[in-house]
Design a protein around this ligand. Structure first.
Ligand code: BTN
Length: 236
């Protein structure tokens, strides 16, 4: 595994995409101390101040069928949660599809971006942001966010976490198994039986979260009793 450490960058995803276009191999990791233009999902900004957090991106060239590519995001969330537990002793859950949560607040997020290169081997970059040593006062007040420090009361070294998370992601991609991934994901989602509002690319739906289906789609019961499965969206 090759980890390239940077100081301040615009976005580790941009660097990874550029290096991937230049031919850098599967498993190359880019980590930075801060980001000027950290990107979140749905066009949001990812707050990326200096020094306290993990900002990393991995170049992926997985040998997986196209249909399984969307499952890389939960795979990465599960791998990150597992290593946060092992190394920092913090139990986390996942908010569908892939927010890493602790005490009902956001601890980390995943942004997978794809660029068409060779049609047989698209360029995939998985960006991971984890709040590690942030204090409450370091967050903008409007963010419902937490950090490993805030949850455990201790500071944690970022490098072992970056190494372990990268290793776990690559290991899981090598041994990709859809059924066990879906069942592990189901066990980490903390929303079943609860009211949710889901923003999809087309509309916003409200209902009770029931389960995820065999492809990872979120099943919700709408007010009229109908059950709808949502393949892409965000739970608010
Ligand atoms: C989310 O909105 O939940 C996804 C956040 C992803 C943030 C990470 S930080 C490292 C990488 N570089 C970016 O610009 N974004 C991702």
């Amino acid at each position: 595994m090759n980890i390239l450490f940077f100081g301040e960058v615009d976005s580790t995803n941009d660097i990874a995409l550029e290096l991937a276009r230049g031919g850098h191999p599967h498993g190359t990791v880019i980590a930075a101390e801060s980001q000027r233009k950290g990107r979140g999902r749905r066009g949001r900004i990812w707050h990326s101040p200096h020094g306290n957090n993990i900002y990393m991106s991995i170049i992926l060239r997985p040998k997986l069928p196209h249909a399984n590519i969307p499952l890389l995001t939960p795979l990465i969330a599960i791998a990150s949660a597992k290593k946060i537990k092992e190394i920092a002793g913090l139990e986390t859950s996942i908010k569908w599809p892939n927010d890493i949560m602790a005490s009902g607040k956001k601890l980390g997020g995943i942004l997978v971006e794809m660029r068409q290169g060779d049609p047989e081997a698209p360029i995939i970059v998985a960006g991971i942001g984890i709040n590690v040593n942030m204090e409450q006062a370091d967050f903008p007040p409007e963010l419902n966010a937490t950090s490993i420090l805030m949850e455990t009361g201790r500071k944690h070294d970022k490098i072992p976490l970056i190494e372990a998370i990268s290793g776990e992601i690559l290991f899981r991609i090598d041994r990709f198994d859809k059924e066990s991934l879906i069942s592990e994901w189901r066990g980490m989602l903390n929303m079943f039986g609860k009211e949710v509002k889901v923003v999809t690319p087309k509309d916003t739906l409200a209902g009770i979260a029931l389960d995820i289906d065999e492809n990872g789609g979120l099943m919700i019961r709408l007010a009229d009793g109908a059950i709808k499965t949502i393949l892409a969206g965000d739970v608010e």
